[in-house]
Design a protein around this ligand. Structure first.
Ligand code: ZN
Length: 433
């Protein structure tokens, strides 16, 4: 009985093998599947064909197939999936998939080379792709946060750890400002963290307190990375249109290496700039304030961004590094000289980018260091100054630094960029209905 079963299977094995091989060539990603089965998978005497013979067989097969009606290639794969239940080991799961002891050992060894099998727990998921003969071609164990361990069984099993397949979803929404930007975002289910981005962007161009009287329209495009239905990481703002009735502002964050933010007013470019830290909250403004450490009223010569220890700090304009080191109060700091007698200062750092050197020329957006709390500081934050001809100026409202860069050759890119952003907004809003 058993003998007849295997004999009958042997002819199907050929078909299965050939079709599998052809698929693999199409995919061009899984290499090394062609050839003899690996140790432990050898209890079936799978014929190994030469290329020529394979092709001949393949032709015969397709004739036969034609007689029975065409079958899609995918039908040649058998898949088996299961979410791990309480108390189930990998071996138990593989037995449920119908694998014999020797094959189970091969699969377990392969997966176990990248994952501690005792850590298997309910909710993890095993996917098997089996050949016609019931032997595995592919075993994928999805563990936590969408990370997978994948074993490909060819001449020797090859195992890799795959990052989660995140899906980027772009969204758009429209809202009307009544009391504040924050409330308007909240009302329309737009991530409220964008209120910080908008506050920083408009600090240099628009007095939000005075100009917003209520009834203004705000349209936002953003993206989120999702794994199944969960949002992974922070949402990212891409484009904003603020319609004040008389005036219209547009802001585009292209998300490229330049890290620039571009502001348009009534359709024309107004300003492009780089923020020293992405998405950080402004914790202290420029000007007179009661000093948080000394207690008396002093001039605050820059702005403070509250951020996590270690957050990356970027140069806000192209320039030449003029100082790296410690100065009392400022702690570990970097100073950069830009065109037209302008300097920027980045203080209280925990670390400076290892490759950064004094006199080095760097582009806008360059990673220069990391947020810390060195010097006179009550917690991790970046103290950022813009100094023009020796005098500190308000960094968020003085536009001379932004205008000092070599922005002309990028003007073309920026207009293409904003056109694309407008189209995307219109398309997404139309899709929302
Ligand atoms: Zn400060």
């Amino acid at each position: 009985m058993r003998l007849r079963y295997w004999t009958a299977l042997a002819s199907i094995v050929c078909v299965g093998t050939i079709l599998t091989v052809r698929e693999v060539r199409q995919e061009q990603t899984l290499v090394g599947l062609i050839g003899a089965p690996s140790a432990g998978l050898q209890d079936l005497d799978t014929p190994v064909e030469t290329d020529a013979k394979e092709q001949a067989l393949s032709r015969d097969v397709s004739l036969e197939e034609g007689a029975r009606g065409p079958r899609p290639l995918d039908e040649e794969r058998v898949t088996w999936s299961r979410v791990v239940s309480s108390g189930e080991s990998l071996d138990v799961l593989l037995a449920k998939a119908g694998l014999d002891t020797a094959t189970r050992a091969v699969v377990s060894d392969a997966i176990g080379s990248e994952f501690e099998l005792r850590q298997l727990k309910p909710g993890h998921r095993l996917d098997l792709e089996l050949r016609q003969d019931g032997l595995p071609r592919l075993a994928t164990l999805e563990i936590d946060n969408g990370v997978s361990i994948q074993a490909v069984f060819g001449e020797a099993p090859s195992v890799s750890v795959l990052p989660p397949e995140l899906e980027t979803i772009r969204q758009a929404a429209e809202t009307k400002i009544e009391s504040s930007i924050y409330a308007a975002l909240d009302k329309a289910d737009i991530p409220t963290r964008f209120a910080t981005d908008l506050e920083l962007v408009f600090a240099g161009t628009l007095d939000l307190q005075r100009e917003l009287v209520g009834g203004e329209h705000l349209r936002v495009v953003w993206r989120e990375n999702r794994l199944d239905d969960r949002v992974i990481g922070e949402p990212i703002i891409d484009f904003v249109e603020l319609d004040l009735g008389g005036e219209k502002y547009e802001v585009v964050w292209p998300g490229d290496a330049s890290r620039q933010t571009h502001v348009f007013k009534d359709g024309g470019p107004l300003l492009s700039f780089v923020q020293p830290i992405k998405g950080a909250r402004l914790s202290s403004a420029f000007g007179l304030r009661q000093h948080p450490v000394h207690g008396n009223v002093r001039m605050h010569q820059g702005v403070d961004f509250a951020a996590e220890e270690g957050a990356t700090v970027h140069a806000t304009q192209s320039g030449r590094v003029s100082f790296i080191g410690r100065r009392s109060g400022y702690g570990l700091m970097i100073e950069i000289e830009h065109a037209q007698g302008i300097q920027t200062v980045y203080a209280h750092l925990s670390a400076v980018n290892e490759t950064l050197e004094v006199d080095q020329r760097i582009p806008a957006g360059h990673e220069i260091g990391h947020v810390g709390s060195t010097g006179t500081s009550t917690g991790p934050h970046l103290h950022y100054e813009v100094v023009i001809e020796g005098l500190p100026v308000p960094p968020l409202t003085d536009t001379r630094l932004s205008r000092s860069g070599d922005g002309t050759q990028r003007q073309m890119d920026v207009s293409v960029m904003i056109e694309a952003a407008r189209d995307q907004l219109a398309g997404l809003l139309a899709a929302n209905g």
